[in-house]
Design a protein around this ligand. Structure first.
Ligand code: ZN
Length: 241
């Protein structure tokens, strides 16, 4: 069916200041709203229906100064290259070229940890990411198993991937949990919270008060960890992108 609406979901319009405004229909939205997509570097106008998109666009135009400010403040993607510094388990770790084609490894020196790797350009970045993925899998497996035991739950299938902005997901039916490898860059207690968050979904698939009390039983006050992810998440998702 051809839509008679002036605007359509997925459409992009230029805003004052050169930024893009992406239009999005979300039938569950109660009203029009604007959000900042830090990963794509654009603003998103959300409306409950295509008919209401015109109102969302008009609203976004009144907010263009605020949008420009928010997009300017977003963390730029840190390149994974020799000389760069990336977060790892809550500390910053410099990246160093080793020459040759060897795999990336963690080296503990007098000045702390650093990551040394062979490969050039893309190959260097790939080796570093592989190291981080291995570290993420190991840490997440350990903390997932810990929380599973605490809740008397049987093992799950664990997958490490790289979604655009999510940290994890849990399917209680297939008993599988997926995590973003990027959480290995966060402090260990935040990684632990993420594991508890997904494991608790085996008990409650929603985010109800009953669900949050299970999380609380596993990690105590979860609010600081959630705040950490809210404040630093975009920066971690931008590393190497
Ligand atoms: Zn959840």
């Amino acid at each position: 069916m051809k839509s008679s609406a002036q605007y359509q979901t997925g459409q992009r319009l230029p805003l004052e200041g050169g930024h893009a405004l992406r239009l999005s229909v979300n039938p569950r939205a109660r009203r029009i709203s604007i959000r900042i997509d830090t990963r794509k570097g654009e603003a998103v106008a959300i409306a409950p229906s295509e008919r209401r998109l015109a109102d969302a666009v008009a609203f976004a135009r009144t907010k263009s100064a605020w949008i420009a400010e928010r997009l300017a403040a977003r963390p730029g993607g840190t390149a994974i290259e020799p000389g760069a510094v990336i977060p790892y388990r809550g500390v910053t770790v410099p990246l160093e070229a080793a020459g040759g084609a060897g795999a990336a490894r963690l080296v503990e020196g007098r000045e702390g940890l650093r990551i040394v790797s062979g490969g050039e350009g893309e190959a260097f970045a790939r080796r570093v990411v592989n190291l981080l993925k291995r570290a993420a899998r190991e840490a997440l497996q350990t903390r997932t198993d810990f929380h599973l035991r605490a809740l008397g739950q049987s093992p799950v299938t664990l997958t490490i991937n790289d979604p655009a902005s999510r940290w994890g997901s849990c399917s209680p039916v297939s008993r599988s949990i997926r995590y973003s490898w990027r959480v290995i860059m966060a402090p260990p207690e935040v990684l632990d919270y993420l594991a508890a968050h997904e494991v608790a979904h085996l008990v409650h698939a929603d985010h109800s008060p009953a669900y949050w009390s299970v999380v609380k039983g596993l990690v105590g006050d979860h609010r600081p960890f959630r705040a950490w992810l809210r404040d630093h998440g975009a920066a971690l998702h931008a590393v190497g992108r």
